[in-house]
Design a protein around this ligand. Structure first.
Ligand code: TLP
Length: 337
């Protein structure tokens, strides 16, 4: 099977497994796991922040950030197609008692004017706008990369209005690989930023939340509250360190494969614009998503559904060029049947 459902399906390589097996460990709830501490320091450095915290999932990273920056009854501005809004099981309401204000966009960058209009006036009967979240790259907009200029504008508006800014950077490394902009340059515009280890990098779990020392100390408490205080987790952190050191370099090839897949579909007359593929996610519209997913599966290719009427193929370092071409041929055949 060629598994293009997500880049979360990558598995640890033999070298990664070796690093995990040999990892030095300790009780991380006491802050005594040397490998976790090493990963957190390494990530803080990469992201240009004072500190970082290793958490089990991207969802937990985002939810800790929301808890950090808000009080019950506050409002958080997100883009309408964001992961936080669609796929985090209403956790902002459940865990932090906040509501989301969704601002639409065509590529993950809501118009600045619309964003400004979404900020609530100070009258007591409005919720307080406490946080703006951006997503880079943007999953449901097909792995689009947010421009640094745009991010800076949002960050300035947030600062001027005394609002915090968080980035869901589950695929920040893809944004960096595609744009050549460093993770630290992106991160400088946010109070907190999360970046995943389990998307396209082979690590079995993990996300890092980075920010000031004060934020990360508070985040440690929320991680415990949310049930994410882990013990000898250096075994997992070792996978994360290995992923960051050795697997980020493969991402440009994943982006090339995604573009190649889209080109092959376009050449076969399928309605897709290969130039819209900026990173590792390919989206295309079909009439019956469930039937195409089933037909592709019969031909040995797994794809998933995105927005309604849209299917998604995600590329990662465990799909090579031959696999990409085979997947494109099978998908074309499935569409034509
Ligand atoms: N995304 C998954 C699914 O949940 C949709 C995927 O297959 O793409 N932020 C973004 C932008 C994400 O895409 C994801 C995972 C997360 C956060 C959550 O990460 P995990 O799964 O580690 O909690």
């Amino acid at each position: 099977m060629i598994d293009l459902r997500s880049d979360t399906v990558t598995v640890p390589t033999p070298d990664m497994r070796r690093a995990m097996a040999e990892a030095r460990v300790g009780d991380d709830v006491y802050g005594e796991d040397p490998t976790v501490n090493e990963l957190q320091e390494y990530a803080a450095e990469l992201l240009g922040k004072e500190a970082a915290l290793f958490v089990p999932t991207g969802v937990m990273s985002n939810q800790i950030a929301i808890a950090l920056h808000t009080r019950r009854g506050d409002e958080v501005i997100v883009e309408s197609e964001s992961h936080i809004f669609h796929y985090e099981t209403a956790a902002p309401a459940m865990l932090s008692g906040v509501q989301l204000n969704c601002v639409p966009s065509s590529s993950g960058e809501p118009d600045i004017e619309n964003l400004q209009m979404a900020i609530r006036p100070g009258d007591y009967y409005f919720p307080r706008t406490a946080l703006i979240c951006l997503e880079n790259t943007h999953n449901r907009h097909g792995g689009s990369v947010l421009s640094l200029e745009y991010i800076r504008q949002v960050s300035n508006i947030a600062r001027m209005n005394d609002i915090a800014c968080h980035c869901d950077g589950a695929r920040l490394w893809n944004a960096c690989a595609a744009s050549g902009i460093s993770a630290a340059d992106y991160a400088a515009n946010f109070d907190t930023i999360s970046a995943c280890l389990s998307k396209g990098l082979g690590a079995p779990v993990g996300s890092l939340l980075a920010g000031t020392k004060v934020h990360i100390e508070a985040a440690r408490k929320y991680r415990k509250i949310f049930g994410g205080g882990m013990r000898q987790t250096g075994i997992l952190a070792a996978a994360g360190l290995h992923a960051l050191k050795f697997h980020r370099d493969f991402m440009p090839y994943d982006h090339e494969n995604a573009r190649l897949f889209a080109c092959k579909l376009a050449e076969a007359g399928i309605n897709i614009n290969p130039n819209s593929v900026q990173t590792n996610i390919v989206l295309f519209e079909v009439e019956n998503t469930a039937s195409l997913i089933a037909e592709c599966s019969k031909r040995g290719v797994l794809i998933s559904s995105g927005r309604p009427g849209v299917v998604r193929a995600v590329f990662h370092f465990q799909i090579n060029r031959t696999g990409t071409i085979a997947a494109a041929d099978a998908t074309i055949d499935a569409i034509r049947q």
